[in-house]
Ligand binder design. Structure first.
Ligand SMILES: Cc1ncc(COP(=O)(O)O)c(C=O)c1O
Length: 451
């Protein structure tokens, strides 16, 4: 048991250390606060637990250099956007080549046929659309799920996160679905549009589906936003079987689990989603998301559109976002599909992540800690207790202050772990020595905090 007072004392020391090490970041943060709340253009950039945001000078591969000249091994990688490393050379070259040839025309680029073919081959679904972000893509697929089924609700798993998607912002509290804490300015009661059940609970899943009214189940195949919750044996098959039985569409959100392998978790485990979503790293870090449809969903969508158009002529195909599928995104996506979503790249990432997993497991077990380390391909997560089986168990072992202290300790020693929880990603170029450095730093933290 690590005493909270020791964590607080260490945190105070590490904050002083951070302040002393980062004078230029401090000055820039002060200046930026004049026009950016918290000194940042995206509020999450101020959520790292550092006394002020760390300003990045440049990033390449698995390394960041901050404005004060410190080299940092990046194990967060933009929380997956840069999973393949910062500025992967093939993507950077494709962006540079397209940059002076038109950024966005709201017309297809000559490469779309080839890119569609690659998406279909790589991820196993025949029809595709692009969006700018995974949030946009998830909003689109859930709208289609409601349109195609004529049902009002989505089913999510307690502890989920699917982006800025109102109807997924719910939690299960005392057996009831309620709006999740922290949502700002909701337009409607989220619990009126969603049902939450625990992950890995086949009985609860079936009961909710049998109740009717569920248009789609949207799921990460491994939960990655409340710590990491792996699917129990048989759960994937039950999820597919029950969604089919009760006529709900199955949406697999691979925005994070794309770390599993070149075809995502879906490819690795032979899942059969009706709709499939991935953003963040899909185009190597340039804003882009893709959503795929099965042949059956695509046919139902065509029929739905034909019926709507027969009923009234309104001159356009529906709502969208103007920049989706722009030429720059297509260029980056083509390069990413050719060079990043490959066996070789994933093998390198998996090897790096395995080293991180094994090193951390050894550090924890040497100290008699029951902390778990889980991994899905290139993605590693550890938590302050045994491996959780659902969102509630993950929530119960969360220790935000301990996580914050460890994160800051690591930053001060040149290692970047994700904010909010303890996630580490291995970029393909991550040096093998990074695992040893991480292990030594975490061991040092544990020694210090339990001294
Ligand atoms: C599983 C999952 N889906 C969707 C999103 C939303 O991604 P974005 O913020 O790029 O829209 C996230 C973000 O973390 C996510 O983890």
């Amino acid at each position: 048991m690590i005493p909270p007072a020791a964590v607080d004392a260490l945190l105070a020391r590490e904050q002083r250390h951070y302040i002393a090490r980062h004078p230029r970041s401090a000055a820039l943060a002060a200046e930026a606060r004049r026009h950016w709340p918290g000194g940042v253009p995206l509020h999450w950039m101020a959520d790292w637990g550092t006394p002020f945001p760390l300003t990045v000078a440049e990033a390449s591969g698995a390394t960041l250099v901050d404005i004060d000249g410190h080299e940092i091994t990046d194990l967060c990688l933009g929380d997956t956007g840069a999973m393949f490393g910062h500025s992967p050379p093939a993507v950077a070259a494709a962006i540079a080549a397209q940059a002076s040839r038109g950024l966005t025309c709201m017309l297809p680029d000559a490469r779309v046929a080839a890119v569609g073919e690659r998406l279909a081959r790589r991820f196993g679904l025949p029809f595709w659309q692009l969006a700018q972000t995974a949030s946009d893509a998830n909003r689109a697929v859930l709208r289609w799920a409601r349109a195609l089924t004529g049902r009002p609700k989505v089913l999510v798993f307690h502890g989920c996160y699917h982006g800025l998607v109102e109807e997924t912002m719910v939690r299960l509290r005392g057996g009831r679905t309620v709006p999740r804490e922290g949502a700002v300015g909701s337009a409607f009661d989220h619990a009126s549009a969603a049902v939450a059940v625990e992950f890995n609970d086949v009985g609860a899943l079936e009961a909710a589906l049998a109740d009717g009214g569920i248009a789609a189940v949207i799921a990460e195949p491994v939960m990655t936003n409340c710590g990491m919750v792996l699917s129990a044996s048989g759960f994937d098959a039950a999820l597919r079987m029950l969604t089919r039985r009760y006529g709900a569409l199955l949406v697999i959100d691979e925005t994070h689990t794309i770390s599993s392998g070149p075809g995502g978790y879906t490819g690795e485990h032979g899942l059969e989603p009706d709709l499939w979503v991935c953003g963040k790293a899909i185009a190597g870090g340039l804003p882009c998301a893709a959503w795929g449809m099965s042949a059956e969903v695509a046919a139902r969508r065509e029929a739905w559109l034909a019926q709507r158009d027969a009923a009234s002529a309104h001159g356009h195909s529906g709502m969208g976002t103007t920049l989706a599928g722009n030429a720059l995104a297509i260029a980056a996506l083509e390069a990413a599909l050719g060079h990043l979503h490959t066996d070789a790249t994933h093998a390198a990432m998996r090897a790096g992540a395995l080293r991180l997993e094994q090193t951390l497991s050894a550090v924890f077990s040497a100290r008699g800690l029951d902390w778990h380390v889980s991994r899905v391909g290139a993605r590693v997560e550890f938590g302050f207790g045994p491996a959780p089986r659902n969102g509630s168990e993950a929530e119960a072992q969360d220790r935000p202050r301990l996580g914050e202290a460890l994160r800051l300790w690591l930053i001060n020693r040149g290692l970047l772990m994700t904010p909010f929880h303890q996630m580490l990603l291995a970029a393909p170029t991550l040096a093998p020595s990074a695992a040893g450095a991480l292990g030594a730093a975490v061991a040092g933290f544990l020694d210090e905090v339990s001294a």
